[in-house]
Ligand binder design. Sequence first.
Ligand code: BG6
Length: 490
Amino acid sequence: MAISDFDLVFFGGTGDLAMRKLLPALYARERAKDLPATARIICIGRDNKTDADFIQVVEQQSRPHISSATLDADIWQRFCSRIHYVQLDANKPADYSRLVTALRNDPQITRVFYLATPPTLFSSICDALAQSGLATPNARVVLEKPLGHDLASAKDINAQVGRYFSESQIFRIDHYLGKEAVQNLLALRFANVLFEPLWRREWISDVQITIAEELGVGGRTGYYDTSGALRDMLQNHLLQLLCIVAMEPPVSNSADAVRDEKLKVLRSLKRFTPSTLAMNVVRGQYRAGHVNGVPVPGYRKEEDANPDSRTETFVAVKAEIDTWRWAGVPFYLRTGKRMADQLAEIVVRFKSVPHSIFVQPNSNSQPNCLVIRLQPDEGLHMNLMAKTPGDGMRLKPVELEMDFREKFKTPRMEAYERLLLDVLRGQLTLFMRSDELEAAWEWVEPILEYWEQQETDPIPYSAGTWGPAAASALIGRDGLQWREEALPEL
Ligand code: BG6
């Protein structure tokens, strides 16, 4: 679907997200010829700058995030000619007149206000946009995470933004939903007949979802220390992945059909109580260690860190979904910084065959396992049992592998490219609806409250490992292992 002409306004337009992700994503779409000739990008900042000054900043801070293989002087020039700068303090309503002047006043032109700012500013920005007459029917508003700090603040954001914009104008970003492999998971489940009959408690033993990062928090301690792994990753990215794995087949790919099904999953998650929390949730914090052989400091020794911080940099949870399809199937969710590897994957483990006819002691039978790899390489792996060649019925697990990069040589799209295009097209399927956001917070809130009451430190783990031993014990109690623990040593 072609994109109609637009004015795209970035609040937080001089910030890290704009420079590292948003502008490079739009450059990529410029190169792909997706942007209409007269479309404009308006970046908001507090300093007094001309367009030319700001383009210099973009050259220095954003251009290095574009791969040199895709940089082309003419395309870059054309891209920069779309970029304008407006000086505005989000908290000063009078400043918005400069934005009014900068925008084209034509109802045919889509207006997007992308709020890449701390959420504390969302409400005053929306108030000022409305007072300036900018909250028009052709306007869309994009909200970047963190979308709240708890259920009450998430509800507050929904209410404040909802005063001026209808739900069909609000795009709540979870960039994991824009990842190619997540789209592929939808295709795998709903464009093939093979998996759906098996995709249930009768045949699936457990599901693991891991997002592990080698990076620490680096210079983001200011934000991270008020957030932690639960709010930063689990409440949004991990729960969204869980929804895509667990949801019932939607009737169509339309926004509300998909979001209705995701919402049902969130609402069916078994609620934690203080007695179930202790057994089913592990929180950790990294100490000094080695990542890829390089020594790295502990979380409390990061730049500007609080030396007594209790913020978790690792969380593992055993979740359960109270539905006929999933009752009794554990979903183990895990994320952490400074882990042993950089990877994001979903592991669906099937049950053992009901009766084995191969009884030799060394037949080495293993249940089937489907791994959906999101990063670093996107792909699918399926473990099957096969007979080894030669005499006797000796079985061995073999892998069917599909590497999406190998299979499809076409250029990849970054998550933000896809999501920005969807915003510009008005396509809401990959964005969270208000009720989804609140349902996700409702489920994590008992965990947050429990931790606050505990007044204990998270369990330390050495940087460069897979997190605290308690995370292995969490899954071990069910007689299972995390995938990396179950893999044979190379
Ligand atoms: C962000 C978190 O939402 O996702 C970061 O705030 C995290 O802490 C990042 O590093 C991970 O995203 P990706 O796409 O690099 O896996």
